[in-house]
Design a protein around this ligand. Sequence first.
Ligand SMILES: Nc1nc2c(ncn2[C@@H]2O[C@H](COP(=O)(O)OP(=O)(O)OP(=O)(O)O)[C@@H](O)[C@H]2O)c(=O)[nH]1
Ligand SMILES: [Mg+2]
Length: 150
Amino acid sequence: MKKVMIIGAVGAGKSTLVKALFGEKLPAAKTQSLVYREWIIDTPGEYSENPMYYRSLMATSHQAGAILLVHDATRTRNYFPPGFAGGFPIPALGAVTKIDHPDANTDKAVDLLRQSLPGGDILMTSSANGIGIEELRNRLLPIVYPGSNQ
Ligand SMILES: Nc1nc2c(ncn2[C@@H]2O[C@H](COP(=O)(O)OP(=O)(O)OP(=O)(O)O)[C@@H](O)[C@H]2O)c(=O)[nH]1
Ligand SMILES: [Mg+2]
């Protein structure tokens, strides 16, 4: 079974999103290393922010069926290099996190994420209030379990 690998900056809300997808109680703890869950691989934000770790992300992506690029709606700069998703050998999707936040700018977030994800859908989410979580789960599960009706 090929998992979905979640990547994004430190504090972008990846692990909180994972917990929301699994229906677990928040908050999430800081991610220190690769975390393998039932159908997700969670990564530390440092892996996306520091090019020294790109090789590790690339190597891990071979165990994945897709990558999910996560961008925090309250951030006003891009933490991924341009075209980043194209460097992976598997399909990529995007998720904007924290859209509930008073400082969230979703249009800006989509623009920034699009620079690194030229193709592939971008979904709007809030782990805090549950917006977009079911939609995201419904997009990801068929990648992990193709042919099933989940
Ligand atoms: N308002 C709001 N805050 C959120 C949401 N999701 C996450 N956060 C907050 O963002 C912070 C970072 O969340 P994490 O899920 O630990 O971030 P991460 O991307 O896993 O970070 P690393 O493990 O360091 O790479 C925490 O303080 C969360 O409470 C959300 O949907 N809304
Ligand atoms: Mg984390």
